[in-house]
Design a binder for this molecule. Structure first.
Ligand SMILES: *[C@@H]1O[C@H](CO)[C@@H](O)[C@H](O)[C@H]1NC(C)=O
Ligand SMILES: *[C@@H]1O[C@H](CO)[C@@H](O)[C@H](O)[C@H]1NC(C)=O
Ligand SMILES: *[C@@H]1O[C@H](CO)[C@@H](O)[C@H](O)[C@H]1NC(C)=O
Ligand SMILES: *[C@@H]1O[C@H](CO)[C@@H](O)[C@H](O)[C@H]1NC(C)=O
Ligand SMILES: [Cu+2]
Length: 351
């Protein structure tokens, strides 16, 4: 039995190696194994992988876990109209969005939010894998590449573009940051075609379909390997986080905002974006890029900086002790506790 198991895993390993050799490198900016001091602890990290390297069964397991999460009743959501546990995570993001974007805690906060989502899928919905990520640089060479990405596959992905004419925005004020051109229509294929969102768009509370409106131009210009290289070549966390996040901090779009706008619809909205399950795979990729940058130089690993509020007049800057608020989703912890993904408490990695 034991021998058989080892034989099997050796075969799987060899197969993976062969597969890796045949494929273009998925992660040109992957840190060399062993370069990080932090690999001393946490013996068996969950291995977060790119969506298309998951087997069909593994993809199905992930999608089914998300559907399970969408069917579990909300427990104690910040916005009472939330129906499911899935909505409950979206609800907290809507409530706290103004405090966790364009600030120093942007990356740490989203790292923890994603970790709690991964934990919840595993603890509440029987998911046994690691959270996958979406490396959009693999889909950004042409408009066709983006639209035909395996990530949008109706059977082994998240469904495709919104269908024009199937969704009408309700009346909205400018406080919801809704850009109407990006709300093209309902996603009518794939595993989430029948899910009714209870929150959004923006800060509105409406029942609606999952809306998208692909913008492959945004992907082609901004979601490229050279944009990633530019971002990771920044020397300080301050330059790195701004170059990665974009938004109102930069004149043009960056990796973070382009991942949102290239998908459009709910995903494009500042508040309600976690209503599209792809949100979590996009943020896993951003987290991976941060982790890569952290490992480039010893001085990067614990480097954090940036204003702690985008609204206050002269807010203090964040430090490692800055608290990451998670409301009812999980414990509030300081940035220090999320900074090393190989710590015993975090114990996951990107491959
Ligand atoms: C939103 O609308 C209000 C009232 O019409 C206006 O005063 C405000 O400047 C607008 N804000 C933005 C960001 O456009
Ligand atoms: C698509 O993205 C491009 C590049 O960011 C932008 O110029 C264009 O306005 C966007 N189109 C829509 C419909 O939002
Ligand atoms: C690359 O990064 C620099 C900041 O160091 C920025 O000014 C420049 O616009 C970036 N280039 C591109 C193509 O985004
Ligand atoms: C925050 O950091 C910036 C840039 O490093 C610095 O200019 C600013 O004075 C700091 N703000 C406070 C309140 O310490
Ligand atoms: Cu966010």
């Amino acid at each position: 039995m034991f021998f058989f198991f080892h034989l099997l895993s050796a075969a799987t390993f060899l197969f993976r190696m062969a597969e890796a050799a045949a494929m273009p490198p998925l992660n040109p900016y992957q840190p060399t194994t062993g370069s990080s001091h932090s690999q001393q602890h946490c013996q068996n990290p969950l291995q977060r992988r790119e969506w298309r390297t998951l087997s069909t069964d593994e993809k199905q397991d992930y999608i089914e876990a998300v559907q399970c999460f969408q069917s579990k009743p909300a427990i104690n959501p910040t916005i009472k109209a939330s129906k499911s546990r899935f909505d409950e995570f979206q609800s907290y993001h809507i409530s706290i969005a103004d405090s966790v974007h364009f600030v120093g805690q942007f990356l740490p906060w989203h790292r923890l939010f994603l970790k709690y989502y991964e934990d919840a899928l595993r603890n509440e919905c029987g998911y046994t894998g690691a959270h996958p990520y979406w490396d959009w640089t693999l889909d950004s060479e042409s408009d066709e590449d983006f639209v035909n990405s395996p990530i949008w596959d109706p059977d082994t992905g998240f469904g495709g573009d919104g269908v024009p004419g199937t969704y009408t925005l309700p009346p909205y004020g400018n406080d919801s940051r809704i850009r109407p051109d990006e709300f093209v229509g309902c996603v009518q294929d794939g595993p989430f075609a029948d899910y009714t969102l209870s929150l959004g768009p923006g800060k509105l509370v409406t029942n609606h379909c999952l809306v998208r409106g692909f913008n492959s131009t945004a992907a082609r210009i901004y979601l490229t390997a050279s944009q990633v290289a530019n971002t990771t070549s920044q020397n300080s966390f301050e330059e790195f986080r701004i170059q990665l996040e974009g938004g109102s901090q930069t004149p043009d779009r960056k990796l973070h905002d382009s991942g949102h706008t290239s998908v459009g619809g709910d995903m494009s909205n500042f508040y309600s974006s976690p209503g599209d399950p792809i949100f979590y795979l996009h943020h896993a990729n951003l987290d991976r890029i941060w982790w890569f940058w952290q490992n480039l130089k010893p001085a990067h690993m614990y480097d954090v900086s940036g204003r702690s509020s985008a609204i206050a007049a002269s807010p203090p800057n964040v430090t490692l002790e800055f608290p990451l608020l998670m409301g009812n989703l999980g414990k509030t912890v300081p940035i220090r506790d999320v900074i090393d993904i190989h710590s015993d408490e975090n114990c996951y990695t990107y491959i």
